[in-house]
Design a protein. Structure first.
Length: 157
C-alpha cells in the first residue's frame, strides 16, 4: 500500500472515535473508556504527535507518538475496523515506524498491547518488537493485562 500521513484534524478524531470493532476486539472501541475518549477528543486534533494514515482517500488508521526518556518513542495506533484482519497490519505498522524515525530519530520504539490480542502481538513481533514485560492497566472500567514491547533501532536506520 502507498500510505500517506497527515496531522489529525477534529473531523478525523470524530471518525476514529466512531469506529466499532467486532468480537473481542470491541475492547478497542473508544467509547468504552470515557477517560481515554475525553483525552483523545481534546488533545489529538492538530497535535504534532497524532497522525492519520491514508491510502488514497481511505482513512486506514492513525498513530500517536510520545517522546520518552533515553531517546525512546512510544507508539500508539489504531486501524480502521474495515482494514483489520485483511493482512495490512505489518505494512501499516512499518509505515508508522518509518514515520517515527523520520520525526524523532529514536534509538528505540516501545508499545503496549492488550495481552489477549495475539494477532497484534504476532504482527508487532514480525516488525521486530520483542516482549519486554507484562503489566496490569486500568481501562474500559476494569483491570487488564498488557504486554510491553520494544524495538531497538540501529543508528543507520
Amino acid at each position: 500500500m502507498n500510505y500517506h500521513f497527515k496531522i489529525m484534524n477534529q473531523n478525523e478524531v470524530e471518525k476514529v472515535i466512531s469506529w466499532k470493532y467486532e468480537g473481542v476486539y470491541a475492547f478497542y472501541d473508544m467509547e468504552d473508556d470515557m477517560e481515554d475518549l475525553r483525552a483523545f477528543r481534546e488533545f489529538a486534533a492538530e497535535n504534532q504527535n497524532y497522525w492519520c494514515v491514508y491510502e488514497k482517500e481511505m482513512l486506514v488508521g492513525f498513530f500517536s507518538y510520545q517522546d520518552q526518556e533515553l531517546n525512546q518513542v512510544e507508539i500508539g495506533l489504531g486501524m480502521n475496523p474495515e482494514m483489520v484482519g485483511q493482512g495490512y497490519g505489518l505494512s501499516f505498522l512499518e509505515a508508522g515506524i518509518l514515520k517515527a524515525i523520520d520525526l524523532y530519530q529514536p534509538s528505540s520504539l516501545s508499545m503496549s498491547v492488550a495481552e489477549f490480542n495475539k494477532r497484534a502481538i504476532k504482527v508487532y513481533q514480525r516488525a521486530g518488537f520483542i516482549k519486554e514485560n507484562t503489566f496490569v492497566q486500568r481501562t474500559n472500567g476494569g483491570m487488564y493485562p498488557f504486554v510491553s514491547m520494544i524495538k531497538k533501532l540501529n543508528q543507520t536506520t
